[in-house]
Design a protein around this ligand. Structure first.
Ligand code: HEC
Length: 97
């Protein structure tokens, strides 16, 4: 029992490390531009002109289905690959200062 729990905890730890290590902006720039200066597929807002707060709201909203326009299905998959910390770090880096 104890041994099983330790294995479970170890596995979960490994999974979360893998998940956060997987996030990379390289997968975003094809649509949004290297500096997030483009309207992705002609539809999105210009992410670099959004405030950090707006970016956090949008990415969390794509995840839980409370945000988005006609192409939100595309962003749901993208946002799901980001942890809460990834989203915060991303918003602070690219949000309007
Ligand atoms: C296949 C193209 C594509 C990729 C790849 C992509 N996006 Fe998007 N993104 C879009 C589109 C299209 C929208 C507008 C979707 C909608 O209708 O709500 C969008 C919207 C957004 C928004 C909200 C802007 C708004 O219009 O409200 C943010 C923030 C964002 N993307 C960040 C990211 C990040 C971070 C990544 C990488 C993890 C990423 N995107 C990858 C196409 C893409």
């Amino acid at each position: 029992m104890i041994k099983q729990s330790i294995i479970t905890i170890a596995t979960l730890g490994l999974l979360s490390v893998t998940a956060s290590a997987e996030f990379s902006e390289a997968g975003c720039i094809g649509c949004h531009g290297a500096n997030f200066e483009k309207a992705a597929m002609g539809k999105s807002k210009i992410v670099k002109d959004m405030t950090a707060e707006e970016i956090i709201t949008s990415l969390n909203g794509y995840k839980d289905g409370t945000y988005g326009g006609p192409m939100k299905a595309i962003m749901k998959g993208q946002a799901n690959s980001m942890s809460e910390d990834d989203i915060k770090a991303f918003a602070e880096k690219h949000g309007k200062k």
